[in-house]
Design a protein around this ligand. Structure first.
Ligand code: NAD
Length: 443
C-alpha cells in the first residue's frame, strides 16, 4: 500500500520505518529540512536501537522515502498518518496547533480518496474536530476519512515494540476504514482492537495515566519501606507475582519523566476538568511524582549540608536508558537546583549529552567518562540506569574522598555497597553508612 507519514519524531519515524519493513511504500514528511537530508542517507536523527539499520535497509529496497514536500508525499497515498507533536500548553492542556495545521494541509493537498490516521496523542474529540477541519478546507471532490490509531511504543525499544506490541487500537465509525487499517497492519501479527473514535482516544490517555499511577504508587511504597525497614525491590517482586497486578512499572525510583507521562497525565486532568470532573487520583499521581523527583536533593543536603562550591557528580541525564530524549528528564530540575545553590556540577551520560547541552547549556561540565565525572566529587547522584552505569567497577567510587552515592535508580546491590564501605542511599532500600575504623575514630 502507498502510505505517507507526517512528522518524523520518535513516533513518526519509527512508524514509517516499521510500515516499510512490512512491505508498504512509505514517504515520511517533515518540515525540518536538515533532518530530512540526514534521514535520506539512512542517518537517524534520534538515538533508538536498530532504527538506522532498518532505515538503510528499506531505503535501499526502494520502500522508504523522505521529503519536505507535502504534494510529493501525499501523491497516491491511500493512508496518511499524522505523527506530529502535541506538546503541553501552559495550563497543562494539549497543544493541538501542529495536528490541526497538518489536517488543513491534507485537505488542501490530497488529490485522491485517503484515510487520515492520527497517531499523535490527542484529547477526546480531536479526531472529530480534524474531520471538520478537513471537510471545511477540502479543495478536491474526494473522500477523506479520519481514524484514531494511538501509539504505545516505548522510547529505547521503539522498533522492538512496533513488531511485538500488545495491541493495535483502531478507532473509527467506518467499517471500510477499519478494514483498510486492519489490512495495513495485518503483517505485524499483533492483536487489533477496533472501537469507536472517542474510546480509542481515551484508551491512550487512560493507559498512560494508569502506568504513571503504578509508578507513583510504588514510589510511595518505597518511601514507606525506607522508614519501616522493608525492601521495595522485594515488595515489588512479591506484588508482581500476582497476575492481577503484574510485574511491569513497579520499579521505584526518582519518578517518571519523558515526553509522554508528564504531559499526558496533565492533559487528562484537563480533559476531565473540561467536563466538570475532578480527577483527584491522577492529581495525586502528578504531585507524588513532583515530590519524588526531589528526593535525592533532600538527601544530599542532609548528608553534606551546603553545596556551594562543592563538586557534585551526576551519572545519567536522559529520562530513561537507551534513549537520548531529555524531555522532562528529572535531571533537568535536579541540575538546575544544584547550580542555583552554587554547586559545581560534573555530568556524564553515554548518549544524551548533546540534547542535554541544548537544554542546560554550559551551566555544568560535561565529562567523557564516569571516572572523570566522579573524581574528587563530594557526592554522586545517579539519575539514569544505563547498563554502563549499572555495570561499573565499584572500586571507581574510591576516587572520591568520602564516597557518598545517592542512587535514584537502584543500580547497585546494597550488600556490595556496604562491603565497599560506601555511604549509599537508594530508593526504598536499606541505607548504608561509611564506618570509620575505631583507631581513626579516636583521632
Ligand atoms: P517529536 O517532537 O519527536 O516529533 C515531531 C516531529 O514532527 C518533528 O520532527 C517536527 O519537525 C515534525 N513536525 C511538526 N510540525 C510539522 C508539520 N506541520 N509537518 C511536518 N512535520 C512536522 O514528537 P514524538 O515524540 O514523535 O511524538 C509525536 C506524537 O506521538 C505526540 O502526540 C506524542 O504524545 C505521541 N507519542 C509519543 C511517544 C514517544 O515515546 N515519544 C509515544 C506514544 C505517543
Amino acid at each position: 500500500m502507498k502510505v505517507a507519514v507526517v512528522g518524523t519524531g520518535y513516533v513518526g519515524l519509527v512508524t514509517g520505518v516499521a510500515l516499510s519493513e512490512i512491505g508498504h511504500h512509505v514517504t515520511c514528511i517533515d518540515i525540518d529540512e536538515a533532518k530530512v537530508k540526514k534521514m535520506r542517507k539512512g542517518v537517524s536523527p534520534i538515538f533508538e536501537p536498530s532504527l538506522s539499520n532498518f532505515m538503510k535497509k528499506n531505503i535501499q529496497a526502494g520502500r522508504l522515502y523522505f521529503t519536505t514536500d507535502y504534494e510529493d508525499g501525499f501523491k497516491e497515498a491511500q493512508v496518511i498518518y499524522i505523527a506530529v507533536g502535541t506538546p503541553e500548553n501552559e495550563d497543562g492542556s494539549a497543544n493541538l496547533q501542529y495536528v490541526e495545521q497538518v489536517a488543513t494541509t491534507i485537505a488542501l493537498t490530497a488529490k485522491q480518496d485517503t484515510i487520515v490516521v492520527t497517531k499523535s496523542t490527542v484529547p477526546v474529540g480531536t479526531n472529530d474536530r480534524l474531520r471538520q477541519i478537513i471537510d471545511h478546507n477540502k479543495l478536491y471532490h474526494i473522500n477523506i476519512e479520519v481514524v484514531s490509531n494511538p501509539e504505545f511504543l516505548r522510547e529505547g525499544s521503539a522498533i522492538f515494540d512496533s513488531f511485538h506490541g500488545d495491541r493495535i487500537v483502531i478507532g473509527t465509525n467506518s467499517e471500510r476504514a477499519a478494514n483498510i487499517l486492519a489490512e495495513v497492519n495485518r503483517p505485524f501479527n499483533i492483536p487489533i482492537y477496533i472501537t469507536d473514535i472517542r474510546s480509542a482516544e481515551m484508551i491512550k490517555y487512560a493507559s498512560n495515566a494508569f502506568l504513571a499511577t503504578k509508578i507513583s504508587f510504588i514510589n510511595e511504597i518505597a518511601n514507606i519501606c525506607e522508614r519501616v525497614g522493608a525492601d521495595v525491590e522485594k515488595v515489588a517482586v512479591g506484588m508482581g507475582l500476582d497476575k492481577r497486578i503484574g510485574p511491569g512499572f513497579l520499579k521505584a525510583g526518582i519518578g517518571y519523566g519523558g515526553s509522554c507521562f508528564p504531559k499526558d497525565t496533565k492533559a487528562l486532568i484537563q480533559i476531565a476538568g473540561n467536563v466538570k470532573y475532578d480527577f483527584e487520583l491522577l492529581k495525586g499521581v502528578v504531585n507524588v511524582n513532583k515530590k519524588q523527583q526531589r528526593i535525592l536533593l533532600d538527601k544530599l543536603y542532609e548528608k553534606i549540608g551546603n553545596v556551594t562550591g562543592k563538586k557534585i557528580a551526576i551519572l545519567g541525564l536522559a529520562f530513561k536508558p537507551n534513549t537520548d530524549d531529555m524531555r522532562e528528564a528529572p535531571s533537568i530540575q535536579i541540575i538546575n537546583e544544584l547550580v542555583k545553590s552554587g554547586a559545581i556540577v560534573y555530568a556524564y551520560d553515554p548518549i544524551a549529552m548533546g540534547n542535554a547541552k541544548n537544554i542546560l547549556g554550559d551551566t555544568l561540565v560535561y565529562m567523557e567518562d564516569i571516572g572523570e565525572a566522579i573524581e574528587n566529587a563530594a557526592a554522586v547522584l545517579i539519575l539514569t540506569e544505563w547498563d554502563e552505569i549499572k555495570n561499573v567497577d565499584l572500586t571507581i567510587f574510591h576516587s572520591m574522598d568520602t564516597p557518598i552515592i545517592l542512587d535514584g535508580r537502584n543500580c547497585f546491590n546494597v550488600n556490595d555497597m556496604e562491603k565497599h564501605n560506601f555511604d549509599y542511599f537508594s530508593i526504598g532500600r536499606k541505607e548504608t553508612k561509611t564506618t570509620v575504623p575505631a583507631a581513626l575514630e579516636s583521632w
